[in-house]
Write a protein that binds this ligand. Structure first.
Ligand code: GDP
Length: 192
C-alpha cells in the first residue's frame, strides 16, 4: 500500500460522536508512550498528523484520520498509564472496550508494544480481549532500534508465544523507518 493522502478527520470523546460505519477502520492501540503518535506520523509521512506528546496519557480522544480518501486510521487513547485517577481510567477503559466490542467497521486492530517491555500485563489483557471478541489483530514492536541483537531475538520469542493468533508481528523503528513497508503491506489486506 502507498499512502497518497492523509488528513485529520475528527476527534471524539464518546461513542455517540463516531462517524458512520461505512468506511473501513484500521485501529491503532497501545500503552501510553509506546510511540503510537510517532508511528502514525512516520507511516503517513506527515510530521504533525498525530501530535506526539511528552506527557504520557495526554491523548484521551479517539482520533480519526482519513487515508487515501478510502479508509480511516483510528488512533485510540493510550492505555495503562498509572498516574491518572481511577475514575478517569475506568471511563477510558469503558470507551475503549465498548468501541472494540461494538464497532462494525473495524477491519483490523494494530497493537503497539514497546520492544523493550513486550507483553506487559495490560498488553496481554488487550490480546485476550481481542481474541475473545474475535477481532483480527496484528502486532507492531516499537522502538526496535533500542534493542541489541540478543534482545531482539528474545522479544520476538516472547511475542510469538503469547500472541499466537496475531496476523503479523512487525519489528518497527519510526526513527530508521525499519518495518514501515512491511507494515503497510500487511495493512493492505484489510482496507477492502
Ligand atoms: P505515544 O504516547 O504512544 O503517542 O508516544 P509518542 O509517539 O509520543 O512517543 C513517546 C516517546 O518515544 C517519544 O520520546 C518518542 O521520541 C519516542 N519514540 C517513538 N518512536 C520511537 C522509535 O522508533 N525509536 C526510539 N528510539 N524512540 C521512539
Amino acid at each position: 500500500m502507498k499512502i497518497t493522502s492523509a488528513a485529520f478527520h475528527i476527534s471524539v470523546s464518546a461513542l455517540s460522536g463516531l462517524p458512520e460505519e461505512s468506511t473501513p477502520e484500521i485501529v491503532f492501540a497501545g500503552r501510553s508512550n509506546v510511540g503510537k503518535s510517532t508511528l502514525l506520523n512516520s507511516l503517513t509521512g506527515l510530521k504533525a498528523l498525530a501530535k506526539t506528546s511528552s506527557t504520557p496519557g495526554k491523548t484521551r480522544l479517539i482520533n480519526y484520520f482519513l487515508i487515501n480518501q478510502e479508509f480511516y486510521f483510528v488512533d485510540l487513547p493510550g492505555y495503562g498509564y498509572a498516574a491518572v485517577g481511577q475514575e478517569q481510567k475506568a471511563a477510558w477503559g469503558h470507551l475503549l472496550s465498548s468501541y472494540i466490542e461494538e464497532r462494525q467497521s473495524i477491519s483490523l486492530v494494530v497493537l503497539l508494544f514497546d520492544s523493550r517491555h513486550p507483553a506487559m500485563e495490560s498488553d496481554r489483557a488487550m490480546i485476550n480481549f481481542l481474541e475473545f471478541h474475535e477481532r483480527p489483530y496484528g502486532i507492531v514492536l516499537t522502538k526496535f532500534d533500542k534493542l541489541t541483537q540478543k534482545e531482539m531475538a528474545k522479544t520476538r520469542r516472547i511475542m510469538e508465544s503469547c500472541a499466537a493468533k496475531a496476523k503479523f508481528i512487525v519489528n518497527y523503528s519510526s526513527f530508521s523507518g525499519k518495518g514501515k513497508s512491511e507494515l503497510l503491506a500487511h495493512l493492505d489486506h484489510y482496507i477492502r
